[in-house]
Write a protein that binds this ligand. Structure first.
Ligand code: NAD
Length: 281
């Protein structure tokens, strides 16, 4: 028996990386899952691999009519909606504030923030009708700590985390919970896409990325989609029935502080600066 037996979930941004990991875990746990993204081939292939408990619905989360149709399709297919994972995202663009590209900023805000707002709105309407549900929005460590993402992305993620908290205050008394998950550095194609690497390289050459991300975390490894899927599984399940308005940080300790090697190096530097050099040195 799975912890999500009989439950119905939508995973927006569910065809790649973290979302694909969440969809796979949810199906294994017994849920019926609708995967959504604009990438038809990828979505249909993943749905076919996950079997008859998964289906794909082509959706651009920046278009309200498409998000509304996505939720309606899940309810029409399965009769209810127990969990909405608003996970679609793009990485934004690095660069100084004086050179900010407004069109890129608006695009990032549209996918990362408006997409979450629309997904929450339409899922909430369905969940309020049935008096239960769990909304899970993907934040980021970049939403609570400066220096982990571009301006557009970081601002949008901070807004996602706070928006989720605000919505939780309204929906909690009506049986609907809303929480966010803030991943640390997770090995997914988002980095290759941000660097506009050719499509054949997206999803490949992960070893250098793993090594680079491992250096971010006090637990010295890169995060994996399954690390985030475990957190989403908990928030979707009845085990989290009293968890509401929470930002569940899954980052190997990154936002908690400096890792032990970083602390040791900083302390040694301080001691070197304070201690006078030995005579004759
Ligand atoms: N990988 C990381 O280190 C990391 C860290 C923190 C947060 N996140 C967040 O996790 C989420 C998933 O990212 P990922 O790393 O798995 O990247 P990814 O590129 O593998 O997945 C992103 C997903 O969003 C979908 N998407 C993009 N634009 C969309 C749109 N307009 N409408 C619908 N779907 C759209 C993509 O098709 C894809 O399925 C994002 O919100 C991202 O910001 C990732």
């Amino acid at each position: 028996m799975g912890v999500l037996d009989g439950k119905v979930a939508v995973v927006a941004g569910g065809t790649s990386g973290i979302g694909a990991g969440i969809a796979e875990r949810f199906v294994e746990a017994g849920a019926s899952v609708v995967l959504a993204s604009p990438v038809v081939e990828e979505g249909e292939a993943l749905a076919a691999r996950l079997g008859d408990k998964a289906r794909f619905h082509r959706t651009d989360v920046t278009e309200e009519a498409e998000v509304s149709a996505l939720v309606a399709a899940a309810v029409a297919a399965y009769g209810r909606l127990d969990c909405m994972v608003n996970n679609a995202g793009i990485a934004g663009r690095f660069g100084g504030i004086a050179g900010l590209d407004l069109a890129q900023y608006e695009r990032t805000l549209a996918v990362v923030l408006k997409g979450v707002v629309l997904g929450t709105k339409h899922a909430a309407a369905a969940m309020l009708r049935q008096g239960s549900g769990s909304i899970i929005n993907t934040g980021s460590v970049a939403g609570s700590r400066a220096g982990y993402g571009p301006y557009d992305y970081s601002a949008a993620k901070a807004a996602v985390i706070h928006f989720t908290r605000c919505v939780a205050m309204e929906l909690g008394e009506k049986g609907v919970r809303a929480n966010s998950i803030s991943p640390g550095g997770i090995v997914t194609p988002i980095f290759a896409k941000a660097l506009q690497l050719p499509p054949e390289q997206v999803g490949q050459s992960f070893a250098p990325l793993e090594a680079a991300l491992a250096r971010w975390h006090p637990i010295p490894r890169a995060g994996r989609p399954d690390d985030i899927a475990g957190a989403a599984l908990f928030l979707a399940s009845d085990a989290a029935s009293f968890v509401n308005g929470h930002d569940l940080v899954v980052d190997g300790g990154l936002v908690a502080g400096r890792s032990w090697p970083q602390q040791r190096a900083a302390t040694e530097e301080l001691v070197r600066a304070l201690r006078p050099p030995p005579p004759g040195a």
